[in-house]
Write a protein that binds this ligand. Sequence first.
Ligand code: EPZ
Length: 426
Amino acid sequence: MDKFVIRGGNPLLGTIKISGAKNSALPCMAAAILTEDEVILENIPQVQDIETERKLLVSMGAEVELGYGRAQHRTSIRCAVLSDPVAKYEIVKTMRASSLVLGPLIARTGMARVAMPGGCAIGGRPIDLHIKGLEAMGATITQEHGYLEARAERLKGAHIVFDKITVTGTEDLLMAAALAEGESLFENCAREPEVTDLVALLNAMGAQIEGAGTSTIRIKGVAKLHGARHRINPDRIEAGTFLIAGAITGGDLNIDCCNPEHLGALLGKLEQCGVKLDVGKENVRVHSGGKLQAADISTEEYPGFPTDMQAQFMTLLTQAEGTSVVTENIFENRFMHVGELNRMGANISVSGRTATIRGGAQLQSAAVMCSDLRASAALVLAALVADGESILDRVYHMDRGYEHMEEKLRGVGAQIRRMGDVFGKK
Ligand code: EPZ
């Protein structure tokens, strides 16, 4: 398994270009199931989860071309015939977001067989709200041998009020309702930019969806959708991760090709910590404003502080003057990085969903273990400021959602290298 070796201490200087958003690309690739025509997606990040989604679609009979060379961030998907509408366990177990094909498969083919995603490092993560919504649209769903078996003549429009705000739940049901008979009204929807990005693609495919980005969305079902070309949003979590890399190393970084409007809550907290920011239309320059100050954060649904930035921000708070409190409201087990940060000399205590960070610790290099995607990023940030050389094991977690992390960091002066067999060659 690949490892990262990182020598800390260098302030990061220069420009980092942000890739497309993994969490937009995944539902947009699933949306191609809704039509027999070609869907072309641009600004697709080259990360493992995209490769897994490609495998998933191909296993069901789709033709998927992941571009390379100059077209390396373009993908063309054609689901002319879905000979085997089954999301197999071997693929689903490596990526929960595979459950995003459930709604589109039922809407397009009238049936779906999708392996249930098991537990996950950060929480139980059930998909009961996906199932409940599809049943409200008339699907019959049974569970057999670890698979969901779903059937529907044709889905019918429905009035759905989500018990809880769910990002992929909103996306899955939006795709189903796009081809349903009649109108749907969804309330308490997720407002994440990834939902808005998906709806932009669906409407380009001929869907009639209004209200994306708000908690109330109206969908007029149509009989058929057609092909489209769509550019994926920049990755706000990747942008946030590198903003913290610039702030924590006392560097001067320009985070380019991002959308600062999607970063509101994070930018506010960075400024509260005393970080200097120059916000442009498609870039943010981060430079040190002297000693970092403590701040409390509480993760919320968008536009609140994103849970996917909690671990990375906690690393920054280990370097701040004073005591900070971090509350994780979205997932029940998202402090896996705390043990490893404490092994590097941080002073963090956890009680339930709250972590207390006593800042100002000089982090020390150590051999640490990555446990999930964002916890891994938090450990990279810690190693960038630790004295000495740290070894991060199981960086495959990082490869799932960060494109060329080590090259991008090396490009702005970080001492980082990958050890072990290289990430799968094309
Ligand atoms: C999406 O996951 C993202 N993944 C996650 O990013 C992100 O952390 C999460 O939204 C929250 O922002 C993708 O978009 C592929 P949820 P999702 O459904 O949709 C509960 C990353 O690091 N819930 O919004 O799976 C659930 O357990 C990943 O890139 C139910 O109870 O998250 C959680 O507590 C990690 N029943 C809460 O809702 C359901 O049917 C929010 O989860 C669905 C969700």
